[in-house]
Design a binder for this molecule. Structure first.
Ligand SMILES: C[C@@H](C(=O)O)C(=O)SCCNC(=O)CCNC(=O)[C@H](O)C(C)(C)COP(=O)(O)OP(=O)(O)OC[C@H]1O[C@@H](n2cnc3c(N)ncnc32)[C@H](O)[C@@H]1OP(=O)(O)O
Ligand SMILES: [Co+2]
Length: 136
């Protein structure tokens, strides 16, 4: 088994400015700041929850996956991310198992992580991200 824990839960929001106070001030979670992840066309805000995080996602362009998701579903839970030790090896194994991947190679995620998505049609309707922390 290669998944270690839930890395984060991704939640699509229309506006980080509008959503941050709920998590920081009402739910009282530690706010780690924001980051633009250009390749994914999102700006994210992270909050600590035990060993895991909540990742709020705001679209940075109308063709962002998050903009399309909100257009169709409104704001809400967008994906679940699991931490893995060796993303390349995990993707190779999933390919031999015939799992439909969105990303067959690691891509750049927030805070220097390597990430890859599995297609929600292969994972019971839950968009699933695998995430390998930055080295060091
Ligand atoms: C910063 C980084 C990090 O953590 O470090 C991130 O998280 S970046 C997070 C943002 N990046 C991503 O999400 C990248 C991966 N996502 C994608 O490539 C895309 O969003 C897809 C999941 C392939 C969906 O794109 P597509 O253009 O095909 O949209 P679509 O509306 O036609 O969707 C095709 C089918 O998938 C379903 N679908 C779409 N998005 C979904 C989601 N988030 N959760 C569950 N199901 C979903 C739709 O309802 C539809 O099902 P029906 O056919 O039954 O209606
Ligand atoms: Co994510």
């Amino acid at each position: 088994m290669t998944t270690k824990k839930i890395s984060h839960v991704g939640i699509a929001v229309k506006s980080l400015d509008a959503a941050v106070p709920l998590y920081r001030d009402v739910l009282g979670m530690e706010f780690e700041g924001t980051e633009v992840v250009a390749e994914q066309k999102v700006k994210v805000a992270f909050f600590v929850s035990g060993e895991s995080r909540i990742e709020l996602l705001e679209a940075t362009s109308p063709d962002s996956p998050v903009a399309k998701f909100i257009e169709k579903n409104g704001e809400g839970v967008h994906h679940l991310a699991y931490e893995v030790d060796d993303l390349k090896a995990t993707l190779a194994r999933l390919q031999t198992q015939g799992v439909r991947l969105i990303d067959s190679e690691p891509r750049r995620g927030a805070h220097g992580t390597a990430i890859a998505f599995l297609h929600p049609k292969a994972t019971g309707g839950v968009l699933t991200e695998l995430c390998q922390p930055a080295q060091g």
